[in-house]
Write a protein that binds this ligand. Structure first.
Ligand code: HEC
Length: 194
C-alpha cells in the first residue's frame, strides 16, 4: 500500500476511535446540588450584595493584624516584609523579595489601587492569611479592611465598615483603569516593574 493511503487509513481509524470514546458514558460525576454551588459561589461584587452580616473598625483590625500573623509576611508596619506592601510608607522599606505581578511597591498598595473596597474584603476573605485561608470570620475581615483603608488614608479611624458602608467607600482609584501592566504570554510572573 502506498504510504499516503496507509496514513489516511490510520487517520480514519483514529477518528473512529475518538468518536467512540466521546460517546462512551463513564458513569462518574453528578450534578452539584444548589447548596454545593452556593458554598463555592463566594465572590463579592462591587455592589457588595453578597457580603455577609458583620462589622469592623480600624482599632479591631490593628489588633487582628498582629494576632492573625499578617505582620509575619507583610511587615510589622504593613511594609518591608517578604509579601506585598499593604500600608504605604516613605518608600525606604520596600519588600525584599521579587515582586509578584502585579508588583505592589510602596506607592501602589491594594487600598489605593483597588477600584472597590469590596475587592479587598473578597481577597482577604478568600486568600489570607496565606496557608490558613478561610479561617477569618466576617467581623475580622471587615476590621482588617477598615484598618488597611484607615492606615492608607482612605477612611476615618472611627468609620464602621459593614455590608452597607463598605461598598460606599470612595476608593482613590475608583475611576481609573487598572494599573497593572499587561501580561504577555510566556512572560515570567515573578518580575519587577516598572
Ligand atoms: C504566610 C505569609 C502571609 C500571611 C501570614 C499573610 N499574607 Fe497576605 N499575602 C501574602 C502573599 C505572598 C501575598 C501575595 C499573593 C499573590 O499576589 O499571589 C499576599 C497578599 C495579600 C494582599 C493583596 C496585596 C496586593 O496588593 O495584591 C492582601 C490585602 C493581604 N495579603 C492581606 C493579608 C492580611 C490582612 C493578613 C492577615 C490576616 C495576611 N495577608 C497574612 C502572604 C501572607
Amino acid at each position: 500500500m502506498e504510504w499516503r493511503k496507509l496514513l489516511l487509513l490510520v487517520a480514519i481509524l483514529a477518528l473512529a476511535q475518538l468518536a467512540q470514546a466521546q460517546s462512551t458514558k463513564y458513569g462518574v460525576g453528578r450534578t452539584p446540588t444548589p447548596e454545593e454551588i452556593r458554598a463555592w459561589d463566594i465572590s463579592i461584587g462591587p455592589d457588595g450584595k453578597e457580603l455577609p452580616p458583620g462589622h469592623g473598625t480600624a482599632a479591631e483590625g490593628a489588633k487582628l493584624f498582629r494576632e492573625k500573623q499578617c505582620v509575619v509576611c507583610h511587615g510589622s508596619t504593613g511594609s518591608g516584609g517578604p509579601a506585598p506592601t499593604l500600608i504605604k510608607s516613605d518608600g525606604t522599606k520596600k519588600s525584599k523579595y521579587p515582586c509578584l505581578v502585579p508588583c505592589v511597591d510602596d506607592a501602589l498598595v491594594m487600598s489605593l489601587h483597588a477600584q472597590y473596597a469590596t475587592t479587598m474584603w473578597d481577597y482577604i476573605n478568600r486568600a489570607m492569611p496565606l496557608n490558613k485561608q478561610g479561617t477569618l470570620k466576617p467581623d475580622e475581615v471587615y476590621s482588617l479592611v477598615a484598618f488597611l483603608l484607615f492606615k492608607n488614608g482612605v477612611i476615618a479611624e472611627n468609620q464602621v465598615l459593614d455590608p452597607e458602608t463598605l461598598p460606599r467607600v470612595k476608593m482613590p482609584n475608583r475611576d481609573h483603569a487598572a494599573l497593572a501592566p499587561e501580561w504577555k504570554h510566556a512572560a515570567p510572573r515573578l518580575q519587577g516593574y516598572p
